[in-house]
Design a protein around this ligand. Sequence first.
Ligand code: BDR
Ligand code: CA
Length: 299
Amino acid sequence: KRPIIIDTDPGIDDVAAITAALFSDKLDVKLITTVGGNVGIDNTTKNALDLLTFLEKDIPVAKGCGEPLINKIKTASQVHGDSGVGNYQFEKEPNTSLLLKGNAIVELRKAIMSAEEPVTLVPIGPLTNIALLFKTFPETKENIKEIVLMGGAAEGGNATPVAEFNIYADPHAAKIVFDTSINIVMCGLDVTRLTGVAADDVEKVKTQGKIGEMIAHMIQFYERAYSKYSIAIHDLCTILYLTRPELFKTKRANVNVVTEGEASGCTVTHFTEEGNVHVCIDADVEAFRKAFTSIFAGI
Ligand code: BDR
Ligand code: CA
């Protein structure tokens, strides 16, 4: 199994991604770190703990940074609801024993440096924790196999006409991460919008047990932000990329992040064979939709 660490701001599509990762027989989730993004850090951390408690998975969680490096926090509660998980109510009290004492930066270092093989980082929120990790403990870069992230776009945006939310939320952090020489797989809007599932797919998942019901319930809240023919489960693309890479087509690029002004958060994508970023530019949409229903209907 491939060791991964998920850095996340749950978030409805984050919940789908984490759940898919935890039930994949190809991935070994070593640690989950939380960041402020879709909602504030206390809620994203509670949501991570609630989810793990619901799924009965004992994965350690470390609370990370609640504020972007320089900018003021901007949330996306209009899409994910005030709590971050729509109007879904987890019944049990969260298992707070999963919460580690150290903050995410310290726990990321520990997990990365003690791993037997290089770890894959899967950031699906703003990149604040990852940037702080690289600045604080640069030695961790050597033990990272790859970063497979949701963020950015070669073309277009959702937070603004030219910026995707995770990058827009903390462009300075994103710049630090993209400017490393680590191999980065960018599952940006180019591919996450393309692989939207349909309202019918969500209905299919809903009747298949308590996990399917939970995922569908949340997505049906979040559907309001999308068309019923294409509901983008953005963060899930990272996990599908890791488990079914054959579904995606990538192209190498260098990515420059704009940090100031009207275009702040824009990922200026220069396609070149020398680039450290593998931009997902296309995907097998039908196969992706089938994978979505079979993952959540099958657990
Ligand atoms: C990204 O922004 C967040 O709202 C989602 O969870 C996802 O990570 C999509 O732009
Ligand atoms: Ca997210």
